[in-house]
Design a protein around this ligand. Sequence first.
Ligand SMILES: [Zn+2]
Length: 555
Amino acid sequence: MNKKLTITPYGGLGEIGMNCMLIETETSAILIDCGLMFSELDHFGVEFVIPNFSHLLTKKAKIRAIFATHGHEDHIGAISFALKAGIRAPIYASQFTTLMIRERLRETGMHETVPLNVLAPGAEVTLGDLKVKVASVNHSIIDAFALFVDTPIGKIIHTGDFKIDASPHFGDILDKNEFKKAGDEGVLLLMSDSTNVERDHEALQDEHIATRFEELFSKAEGLILVSMFSSNVGRMANIFEIARKMGKKIALTGRSMEQNVRLAHERGALTFDSSLFIPIDKIRQYDRKKVIVMSTGCQGEPRSALNRIAHAEHAHIKLDQNDLVILSSSQIPGNEVPISKLLNELFKCGANILYDTIEDVHTSGHATRPELKLMLEMVKPKYFIPIHGEYRHLVHHAELAQECGVKQENICVVENGEVVELGPDSIQIVDQITELRVLVAGREGTEITKTLLKDRRKLGEMGVVFCLMTREKDSGKILSKPEIIARGLVSESMEPWLLDEALNIVQGQIEKYKQDLKMGVINKDLAEEIRVELRRFLERNIGKKPTVIPLIMDV
Ligand SMILES: [Zn+2]
């Protein structure tokens, strides 16, 4: 019998973000992760990019579970959207991941639609002809899992996002024996995190960062401000501990920071006495040397507290030259420009600014080349698909797999939408799905269609012109003088001349209309003719065709 299964990545392959993948046999399917991506089009009102669920909905009846490997937004952020779209399958995840998902589902009112199941490391779930076992891995968030999926044709390992850290602040060290055991028994396919494949050196351990923080904090002469990803609970715990040791107080800014401290406390990963914290609006009452502010905004997000602090616009924090600012984070590809702007503004405040390229204040959550090599050597897969990376990362990871002994013909570099068919002795791309993503305005999920985005772009780039007048409904007589209103068209100095001329064009059209009216003909196309003539006129005079909206109100 020649059984096969298919693997469909909807996102995350060829890009960093929006991870979502379906593994499907003839009778069952599981969805691994369902993440979102923050949009670069936020100036057009697009906040998130999420997977297009229409293809997935055709498999709806088969989907037996959604597994979330960990609680980062690019892995869980679109689950609520999937449920809204009509996917109904129980969710399985680790303890902390389920807490993060629970918050997201509550925010969107979807928390009672499907069961949310907590799995402990090592737990197994059988779903039709698939059996999934979860194993702890290290990452920049606690409680991250790899998945070991037993299928009718063999074992598949999906690493999730991972690194191997010998000193995680909380939770287990990646269990190498688990991976080795699977490797010895035989793994048909390995899908492994490619993010840091270009980094050749061993990554710093979390413990090293904590030690460095302690040294830096002890030398600080003013306020300490640490900006980081709010989900990095391990780092948070390190800072809390140092604060307690040094008798300093912690002030949190940013809603997600407060939320994750609460969730990590609920999980038991953060222990603290509430006297450790002070409200941000009270920090002026404390000696600056005794305060550590923890904020989000390390990616240069324009609306973040850190950005307001950098621009000296924050109500409670003003930096001075004795202060120490630490950006304990890496740059997510695509955010280089806003981060650079943020750093320059922070430097203008005169404080001492440290970040990962000049000081050991951050270590990535993703395995570098030596760890990726170790993973390939432990698992010894027959087939290999690099996942979680931009296209070049996938190619480099494919090359590494070959160096580690996977046959070239057994390595498949797959991009989003390419459907892979896997058999006991074959791997190939058999189909291609298009229209993979949907742009949405916010958590409520309002879609920004291509047409709407095109309109917004055009309005933004070229401006808009309205031409208003009233007309008597029955007789067709023009009752008011036409009025022209323009927005975003040309500089104010040029506008009066341009609008006067535009008005002449409209008057010309109205004269023709009046001639027709005298002959007893009401020209129904007046609005369209005004639109066409105005656009021609504007193109001649300012070199662009803005949106022209004639509004003739029949009264
Ligand atoms: Zn992650």
